[in-house]
Write a protein that binds this ligand. Sequence first.
Ligand code: GAR
Length: 208
Amino acid sequence: MLRIVVCVSGGGTNLQAIIDGIAQRTIANTQIVRVISNNKKAYALERAKKAGIEAVCVSPRDYETRERFNEAFVQEIDQAVPDLIVLAGFLVVIPPQLIRRYENRIINIHPSLIPSFCGTGYYGLKVHEAALARGVRITGATVHFVDEGTDTGPIIMQQAVAVLEGDTPETLQKRVMEEAEWVILPKSLNLIANGRVTVADGQVRIAE
Ligand code: GAR
């Protein structure tokens, strides 16, 4: 059984896609052991509680320094003894010590086709605003392992989504979520849970 901790900051629709995937068995051999939010008001915490999953908030606001927050955050992760950490709309910089300790065991969902519209400052709606401003015809989402850069880790899966005439950042975000994020995050988890994903020389290999 793959024990996962899911880290969230907001609405938690990607968390919901994981909860539903596990319930419907499209994600096999996987258990969410804890949900961690940096935001007390995140609706994702409600989703976790409704599904009977332990949900905690660790907010940088409650700590005097970033180091203290990082220590508390790492402790919350370690206590859950996860095999994999899933960043599902988690908008906090991950402590470097956590990235080193969980090398190739942290994944992130990003709402564009990396390397477009990613890196520092590109998160949530800002990603879709930038895609529309550039006038791209195709965007999408990416699931990748997390390394010490921002959105630079090995890519596991991507899904393209069309940009349509008249799209707003909000309509584009909704389509990218429905057609890409809620599809490739559960699929990636299922592959990982079934031992089919390996990383070598910075590249992901998916076994047949
Ligand atoms: C999702 O679109 C996710 O891809 C994005 O935040 C949203 C969270 O939505 N993540 C990033 O931008 C990370 N750089 P959700 O809380 O409804 O899952």
